[in-house]
Design a protein. Sequence first.
Length: 216
Amino acid sequence: MPYFDDFPHPRRYNTLRLLGYDYTSTTRLCAITLVAESRRPVFADVKLAKSVIACLLSDESLERMRVRAFTLIPNHLHLLAGVREPELDLSDVIGTFKSYTTQLYWKRSREIVVSREVTLPSTKVSKSNFKDSQSLRYALTDWRATLLPEVVELTNWPQVQPELFLTKQLWQTKFFDHIIRNDFDLRESLRYIAVNPVRAGFVKRPQFYPYTLLLS
């Protein structure tokens, strides 16, 4: 996947549901946006972000959901996905994911409220030597590797406080989706997902963002 340098960045205009669309289709993909309740940047907490991504990429999730790409921003998740079996409905699969990640959020929020500590990305990281950085850069460019949040400097990151985690609800009730209609639409959706962290000012290159993954 090449670098995305052709700014200005695209914007996605979503609808809630597409009338007449078969959400049980195993050959179609949807670009989905799940937004945190009240748009709170709770995923700025590294431990919560990691647990949500681990849930998304778990065997249980991938048995039901075909994940093509995602990026997790502090207050929302962009996801390109479909169902693996015709008896599954994508909205039900997303509902299960939201329910389970809400339980993970409850566990993590209790830890934060008790400890009064939110785990944020590092503000200073050690630079690798030129040889190592070149090989890593090639791997990142081809999306064969992803960076951990502990080894990349994220700028413009929300400095959230423990009080943000007192609310029990994690996600907004409804999610937004955009049906992928053709190859051009697929490329645009992949590009939109990849450049989202760049638009937010977290990284300069899409491949440097630790919570983005594009799968072939």
